[in-house]
Design a protein around this ligand. Structure first.
Ligand SMILES: NC(=O)c1ccc[n+]([C@@H]2O[C@H](COP(=O)([O-])OP(=O)(O)OC[C@H]3O[C@@H](n4cnc5c(N)ncnc54)[C@H](OP(=O)(O)O)[C@@H]3O)[C@@H](O)[C@H]2O)c1
Length: 325
């Protein structure tokens, strides 16, 4: 079947690209082009919110920004892990402006309440880093009946970002960075089955779809909110708890080749603090400090502006239905 052949084609091209670029060697090759001076910035007085900052790429990002003096709001669901990560960061950096907020990003009402509360309490937010993410292999729904990969990676990110936009717009040099994935390259945006109810449930592909959705949201936000600098990015294949748990075979086979969490976080940090990042257009998808294509060659993953608009309208409707509860 044509569809199957296309899917196999996309996955093979993506994997070969990954072996070259997403690995530790890929990072080392790309880093030859990095400009060290880009990262030599002090960010004292600037405020950063990082979701999923208790482990992996989120924690590495928090640590790197804390070293530069930034105020950090860690948004995590697990209190013990979050407090431990905070203590590690304070100890290693001496920066005491690190705050923990407990939130389950897969529960939409809670995300909305948190964002609205944050907006009332704090006067500024310079950078929002949407890093928390999950790849659930079995179909699960949250208390609101929403599929949990979609709720965490797409609608939760949508609601958090949209609610915080007024606060970001009041703050200087505001930025929103969303940690997507190169895995999104195998998926074309779809918005007809956002709850993954219709077909056989393939968690890896549902995850990749939500990561495609993050890229489309980023492009659309960039157009709608020109005062904020939006980016999506791919961290590469980094050795983190998420990879070890969600993809144990992949993790085992690739363990020698995976990036460190710090290497995975490099582009997140660069997008968050460097001046170079904001000289590039808003709405791009980054890999190793460079904007890259959001489509594989000949992969038929492009969508029309109407399809993208329909997707955004659907998210707005879902978020309105949460607000109305
Ligand atoms: N590692 C890679 O190779 C790779 C590749 C492509 C993209 N990414 C993306 O990178 C981001 C960070 O992942 P990671 O690799 O660093 O793995 P990780 O260490 O497991 O980080 C994921 C974080 O998200 C948090 N999280 C998940 N569901 C949540 C929820 N419902 N509410 C609040 N927090 C939640 C996790 O919290 P708990 O600790 O409580 O689970 C964890 O802190 C994810 O968006 C992932 O999709 C990673």
């Amino acid at each position: 079947e044509d569809w199957l052949a296309m899917s196999v084609y996309r996955n093979i091209v993506w994997f070969l690209k990954g072996i070259n670029e997403y690995t530790r060697n890929g990072f080392q090759a790309a880093s030859k082009q990095f400009v060290d001076k880009d990262m030599e910035v002090a960010v004292a007085g600037r405020t950063f919110m990082i979701t999923g900052a208790g482990s992996g790429i989120g924690k590495a990002t928090a640590l790197a920004i804390a070293k530069k003096g930034g105020t950090i709001h860690m948004v995590c669901r697990n209190k013990e892990k979050a407090e431990k990560a905070k203590a590690d960061i304070v100890k290693e950096t001496g920066n005491k402006e690190i705050y923990v907020h407990l939130l389950d990003m897969s529960e939409m009402q809670k995300v909305l309440e948190f964002a609205e509360g944050f907006k009332k309490k704090y006067k500024q937010l310079n950078v929002l880093i949407n890093n928390a993410g999950c790849m659930l292999k079995q179909r699960e729904v949250n208390s609101e009946g929403l599929e949990r990969n979609f709720a965490t990676n797409t609608l939760g990110v949508y609601i958090l970002t949209k609610s915080l936009i007024p606060l970001l717009e009041k703050s200087s040099d505001p930025r929103v960075i969303t940690v997507s994935s190169g895995g999104m390259l195998v998926q074309k945006l779809q918005s007809d089955d956002l709850q993954s109810e219709n077909d056989h449930f393939d968690g890896t592909m549902v995850y990749a779809q939500t990561k495609r959705q993050q890229v489309v949201m980023t492009e659309q936000w960039a157009k709608a909110h020109p005062n904020i600098h939006f980016s999506a990015m791919h961290p590469g294949w980094a050795d983190t708890p998420a990879i070890a748990m969600a993809m144990p075979e992949f993790h085992h086979a690739m363990r020698e080749k995976l990036r460190s969490a710090d290497q995975g976080a490099d582009t997140v940090v660069w997008l968050s603090v460097s001046q170079a990042a904001v000289t590039l257009p808003s709405g791009c998808f980054f890999q190793d400090r460079r904007p890259v294509s959001t489509h594989l060659p000949f992969a038929w993953t492009h969508t029309s502006p109407e399809q993208e608009q329909k997707f955004m309208t659907r998210l707005e409707e879902l978020s309105k239905s949460i607000q109305a509860r």
